[in-house]
Design a protein around this ligand. Structure first.
Ligand SMILES: Cc1cc2nc3c(=O)[nH]c(=O)nc-3n(C[C@H](O)[C@H](O)[C@H](O)COP(=O)(O)OP(=O)(O)OC[C@H]3O[C@@H](n4cnc5c(N)ncnc54)[C@H](O)[C@@H]3O)c2cc1C
Length: 389
């Protein structure tokens, strides 16, 4: 197969955004995903206005507006957060600079919009299960993938690992002693519920002792339907040996939730997946001929579990770096390393602050009652939830 400028492995928000920008810049981009689109991705589906604003700048505003008018994306106005003792915090979402809203955007629809935009921007999409990067003398020179029942090797000047939490690029390239550890990871269960009295235009967060510093959520997707789930830090989950399905059943049995179920709680598409937080220091995101974006790098907010906005931020920083590297004719790690500094600059402060809050909630659970009771909607706590859903 002919050598491509860039192969992007994974067509989720990180990969599809990367492919869109690079194709718009005139590079020859091959976008690969093991799934055909549209496809589901286990997620809470909440997308903050900042992410929508960036996609709008890439020419996606019409696609997003059409998706909203088809009823696929559900616009949000506010968030509601309940503390263990029942204190409540309500805060309003700020709009983007061009009036962009935040949404509950089921990934079945949302990811297909960005993947299609990458294709419309000039990237070639192929359904392919990437088995491993091709590494020659420590440098990634392409990928090996299963395509239509045969194994193909495709060379590329650069490979982008955008293949999520279980990334084969990360696993192969990042030094073993430097992978994500359990305290910087989480596990979460997501389902769709079809018979709930929703709080209109409101995402709901419930923090309570059994799952702190995690939370349960109800994110409405339409009339009586919602994305519902809960997540826990992986080390705590392993210690307590709990089943997330049982925790969800318990959550649905909370009197305040139970009374809102119209037919006992009809769940579909129950699924569990992992999250890698951006709070772990010194992780390597660049290699000779390759770099990592989104969940493959591990850019999820450790307090909120939100990763879509950061995936898109990392994609924009990666493309800036890649374009510069191509202009210099140097795609070595030395040339790409500036991407790690850019990510640090753009995201570390918020990650660090969120990790501090997360640990505070874990060690001093009463703090959440204090914070929710005292904090106003412009507090750092509320704003973190609003901007990094
Ligand atoms: C339960 C749960 C709830 C969450 N809720 C929210 C939320 O409400 N808001 C939010 O912002 N974030 C949320 N997140 C985090 C969010 O889902 C991720 O941060 C986001 O999906 C990252 O996007 P990505 O493009 O990096 O990776 P992904 O969306 O995981 O995309 C990776 C893509 O790579 C493909 N792929 C994987 N391996 C291969 C391979 N070997 N070959 C080819 N293709 C491959 C996959 O098919 C997939 O399409 C949640 C996560 C979980 C688990």
């Amino acid at each position: 197969m002919k050598e491509r400028d860039v192969i992007v492995v994974g067509a989720g928000p990180a990969g599809a955004t990367t492919a869109t920008i690079l194709a718009q810049k005139g590079l020859d981009v091959l976008l690969l995903d093991r799934a055909q689109f549209p496809r589901d991705k286990t997620c809470g589906d909440a997308v903050p206005s900042g992410a929508i604003e960036t996609l709008g700048k890439l020419g996606m505003a019409d696609k997003i507006a059409q998706s909203v008018s088809r009823g696929e994306l559900y616009p949000l106005e506010q968030m509601y957060l309940a503390s263990p003792k029942g204190h409540e915090l309500v805060a309003t979402f700020t709009k983007g600079n061009n009036g962009e809203a935040s949404y509950v955007a089921p990934r079945l629809y949302f990811d297909a919009l960005i993947q299609q935009h990458a294709i419309d921007s000039g990237a070639e999409f192929v359904q392919a299960h990437v088995k491993e990067p091709v590494v020659e003398n420590g440098r990634i020179t392409g990928i090996q993938a299963r395509i239509n029942d045969s194994t193909e090797t495709i060379p590329a000047k650069m490979v982008i690992g955008a293949d999520g939490v279980t990334s084969v690029i990360t696993r192969t390239m990042r030094p073993k002693q430097n992978q994500h550890v359990d305290k910087h990871r989480a596990v979460a269960l997501r389902a769709y519920i079809e018979d709930i009295e929703e709080m209109p235009k409101t995402v709901e967060f419930y923090m309570y002792d059994e799952i702190l510093p995690g939370y349960a959520w109800i994110f409405p997707t339409g009339n009586h339907t919602a994305n519902i789930g809960l997540g826990m830090r992986l080390d705590i989950f392993r210690k307590h040996k709990i089943k997330l399905e049982d925790l969800l059943k318990k959550f649905l049995a909370f009197p305040d939730i139970k009374k809102r179920l119209l037919n006992g709680g009809q769940l579909r598409d129950i699924a569990t997946w992992q999250l890698n937080f951006g709070s772990q220091k010194h992780l390597q995101h660049t290699f000779d001929g390759a770099l990592l974006v989104g969940d493959a790098a591990g850019f999820i907010n450790p307090l909120t579990g939100g990763g879509i906005h950061n995936a898109i931020i990392s994609a924009t920083l990666a493309t800036q770096t890649i374009v510069e590297a191509f202009a210099k004719g140097d795609t070595s790690r030395a040339a790409l390393k500036v991407y790690e500094e850019r990510c640090h600059q753009a995201m570390w402060r918020s990650m660090n602050r969120s990790y501090f809050l997360q640990r505070t909630l874990m060690h001093f659970p009463f703090m959440i009652d204090f914070l929710v009771k005292r904090m106003k909607e412009n507090s750092m706590f509320a704003q973190t939830f609003l901007s990094k859903l």
